[in-house]
Design a protein around this ligand. Structure first.
Ligand code: ADP
Length: 455
């Protein structure tokens, strides 16, 4: 395994080597091509000029070339690093500029042929409209002719080598910078994952990056941490809540039974009934708790379907009727017909049962419970209002908390465990709805539940 930093460096350097080599090859080829063409064209022009010059000398000398003219041609050929041969019409060489290397070197001030491979080109020597001979002009085949030319090539190659070294250094520095830029957040994300593993959710690092994917990843890790922390806290709280809630009633039951066993108390029908009620309450509590833990840990999958909320609520209220009648509570129903939402019918039933049973429990005789359902602009609202004992202001903020009971003595009397509303809220939220409670002591309580029609 190689770490990212080394991998990046490797690829950066490789890319820069490839690009420099590619640029070198392409520019060499194109330079060679264009430069050769250019040199060839200018050589042809020079050749023509020389031919014209020789013809002029020929003509000035009255149909021949005297020694002064030949000397001029010789000078010209030395200075231009070319060889000139003059032939008669029979193709016999009558004069040539060829000379030894040393002479040439001396005369040309260092400009000497590196390439002795000379290529000759023939031109007719004309005088008074007639060809009188042939001029052969020889130039080295290679375009790199002199030591200056070589020097130029060396310089160019030196520039390429410098660019090559420079680009490798730059690639190494850049790869370091890039790997720092990407690796630092990745390193922090890795550290965060480690902290999550150690359950140190509060110590997670803040990750600042302008790389979209890394930001998404760090947000996902943070959300995962929050979820795990929540689940963790939930688990711990649930355990302590349960032990707290069960300890008192179990101790009471134990002491009652011990009293029976010791013969201190007679197990009268009334006492047995009270024990039975307590056991029933505990059983309900355990069931509620199990429901709640499932809902909160998102184990509950809602069986979403189209639900006719109007008839569902109507039914729930009707089922409560015997209870309400027994307390002489008046029921008012204002339910808009055929309001449908997407939801889990069983869970929606449970929501309304919980709220209505609270309304029933906390409303005195001869009270009134009003149930309203209406749909407006894609929002469905259900309001269950009672004229009961109401909730104290300081209790109102806590009523959705697990095991919170407004009035513990009264709650015990009504069999409340303080988790009905916790479950209700969790179920409403599972349907992406909201629940809120408004209340005034001795006036009554209003529970408002809202669902979105589309959800
Ligand atoms: P419980 O099982 O104790 O009723 P809930 O979670 O359903 O638990 O309710 C929490 C507390 O909120 C109750 O103990 C009670 O004090 C208060 N409460 C809920 N509904 C009403 C209501 N309609 N009228 C008055 N108080 C209410």
């Amino acid at each position: 395994m190689i770490n990212i930093s080394k991998q990046l460096r490797k690829y950066f350097i490789l890319i820069s080597i490839i690009s420099v080599v590619f640029i070198t090859i392409v520019s060499n080829i194109s330079m060679n091509y264009f430069f050769t063409n250019y040199v060839k064209a200018s050589r042809s022009q020079d050749d023509l000029k020389l031919v014209q010059y020789i013809e002029r000398l020929y003509s000035d000398d009255g149909g021949g070339l005297d020694s002064r003219s030949l000397m001029n041609i010789l000078h010209y050929s030395y200075s231009e690093a070319i060889e000139v041969k003059i032939k008669n019409i029979k193709n016999e060489v009558v004069w040539e500029s060829g000379m030894s290397d040393t002479m040439m070197h001396g005369m040309m001030g260092g400009r000497r042929y590196q390439d002795r491979n000379v290529v000759y080109k023939e031109y007719p020597l004309n005088y008074q409209g007639q060809q009188v001979g042939i001029i052969e002009i020889g130039r080295p085949q290679s375009i790199i002719v002199t030591s200056q030319d070589r020097g130029f090539v060396y310089t160019i190659n030196g520039v390429y080598i410098a660019a090559f070294i420079f680009s490798i250094i730059l690639a190494a520095i850049l790869s370091l910078h890039v790997s720092k830029k990407f690796l630092h957040p990745i390193y922090l994300i890795k550290e965060n994952a480690k902290l999550i593993e150690e359950e140190k959710y509060k110590q997670l690092y803040d990750i600042e990056t302008n790389t979209l994917e890394l930001q998404d990843l760090s947000i996902s890790i943070k959300e995962l941490a929050e979820k795990l922390e929540y689940q963790d806290a939930l688990r711990k709280r649930l355990t302590s809540d349960i032990s707290h809630e069960l300890r008192t009633p179990l101790a009471t039951l134990q002491s009652h039974i011990e009293a029976f066993m010791d013969g201190i108390w007679q197990p009268t029908q009334e006492r047995l009934m009270s024990i039975h009620d307590e056991i029933t309450r505990l059983t309900k509590l355990i069931k509620d708790l199990s429901d709640l833990s499932k809902i909160e840990s998102e184990e509950v999958r809602l069986n979403m379907d189209k639900v006719n909320l109007s008839s569902l609520l109507d039914n729930v209220v009707d089922n409560f009727e015997p209870l309400f009648i027994s307390k002489d509570i008046k029921i008012v129903k204002d339910i808009q017909q055929d309001v449908e939402i997407m939801g889990d019918a069983d869970r929606l039933n449970q929501i309304f049962i919980n709220v209505l049973s609270n309304a029933y429990k906390y409303t005195n005789e001869k009270g009134q419970i009003t149930t309203t359902l209406n749909e407006y602009k894609g929002k469905v609202s259900i309001i269950i209002e009672d004229t009961g004992i109401g909730i104290e202001k300081e209790d109102l903020v806590h009523i959705f908390e697990r095991f919170y009971r407004g009035d513990v003595s009264r709650s015990r009397e009504t069999g409340g465990s303080g988790i009905g509303l916790t479950i209700t809220k969790a179920l409403v939220e599972a349907h992406k709805g909201t629940i809120k409670v408004e209340s005034e002591v001795n006036k009554g309580t209003k529970v408002i539940i809202s669902f979105n029609k589309s959800s």
